[in-house]
Design a protein around this ligand. Structure first.
Ligand code: PGA
Length: 249
C-alpha cells in the first residue's frame, strides 16, 4: 500500500519570518496519520525550518547541483544538503528546465547526485500544452523517464518519487482532470513495470502537480494511480495545504 505524500513547493516565495510561521502553522495543525507531508522551502531557510518541524514533516531542497563538490560558485551540492539534514530534493521541475535550461541529461546527473548523497529524489516530468494538443504527451514523458531515470538500478529506482506535472497546469489554475492525470500516472506505472518489474511499479509513488487546491484534491486522490500531490501556490497557506492533505485520508 503506497502512503500518500503531500509536498509543498514554496518556490522563491516568503521572507524568513513568514517561512517559519508557515512551517509552525503546518506543524500545529497537521495530524499525520494517513499521509506524509513534505515541504520544499527556499534553500536559505532550510536550517531554520528543520528546527521547527524536526522529523515530523520531511524537508526537501528545490534544487541541487549536478556536481559533487568544488569550484561551482553559487551551487549547493547534494552532499551539503544531506549534511544540513535535508531528506529530499526535487529534480527536473519544469521551471528549472525552462528558466535555467536544465536538460534531461542534467536532470539525470542531479538524480545520481541526490541518490548518492542518500536523499530521496522527487523527479518532476510533464509536457507543455502544444505537446498535449498534438497528443504526444505519453512519448514526451516516456523520453523524460528514459533519459533521466531508467539508467538507475532497480535498487536505486525504488528510492525515487515521481511527480507528473503538466506544464500547462502549473501556476495557471487549470488543473488536469482526474481522467487526464490518472491516464498519465497509469502510463508511467506501466513503463516502470516494463523497465523494472511489477512490484517496483506497484510501490513507486507518483504524485500529481499543477494547480492542486483543496477543492480539486479529493477527486485527484481518489484515482488509483495518484499517490499524492506536489503543490505550489496552495502550499503557501497552511489551511489550504492541510485541507489538501486531509483530502488524502
Ligand atoms: P502550482 O505549482 O500548484 O502553483 O500549480 C505546482 C508546482 O510547480 O510544483
Amino acid at each position: 500500500m503506497r502512503k500518500k505524500l503531500i509536498a509543498g513547493n514554496w518556490k522563491s516565495n516568503l521572507a524568513k519570518s513568514n517561512a517559519i510561521q508557515l512551517a509552525e502553522a503546518i506543524l500545529e495543525q497537521g495530524i499525520l496519520v494517513d499521509f506524509e507531508l513534505a515541504i520544499f522551502p527556499p534553500e536559505i531557510f532550510i536550517d531554520s525550518i528543520l528546527e521547527v518541524v524536526k522529523s515530523t514533516v520531511k524537508v526537501g531542497a528545490q534544487n541541487c547541483s549536478q556536481y559533487t563538490e568544488g569550484a561551482f560558485t553559487g551551487e549547493t551540492t547534494a552532499l551539503q544538503l544531506a549534511s544540513a539534514g535535508v531528506q529530499m530534493a526535487l529534480a527536473g521541475h519544469s521551471e528549472r528546465r525552462h528558466l535555467f535550461a536544465e536538460t534531461n541529461e542534467v536532470v539525470k546527473l542531479k538524480i545520481d547526485k541526490v541518490l548518492s548523497a542518500g536523499l530521496t529524489p522527487v523527479f518532476c516530468c510533464g509536457e507543455a500544452l502544444e505537446t498535449r494538443k498534438a497528443n504526444e504527451q505519453n512519448n514526451w514523458v516516456e523520453q523524460q523517464l528514459e533519459e533521466s531515470l531508467f539508467h538507475l538500478t532497480q535498487a536505486d529506482f525504488s528510492k525515487v518519487i515521481i511527480a507528473y506535472e503538466p506544464i500547462w497546469a502549473i501556476g495557471t489554475g487549470v488543473v488536469a482532470t482526474p481522467k487526464e492525470a490518472e491516464e498519465m500516472h497509469e502510463f508511467i506505472r506501466k513503463k516502470i513495470a516494463a523497465k523494472y518489474d511489477a512490484a517496483t511499479a506497484e510501490s513507486t509513488r507518483i504524485l500529481y502537480g499543477g494547480s492542486v487546491k483543496a477543492d480539486n484534491a479529493k477527486a485527484l486522490f481518489s484515482c488509483p494511480n495518484i499517490d499524492g500531490a506536489l503543490v505550489g501556490g496552495a502550499s503557501l497557506k497552511a489551511n489550504e495545504f492541510l485541507a489538501i492533505a486531509n483530502a488524502a485520508k
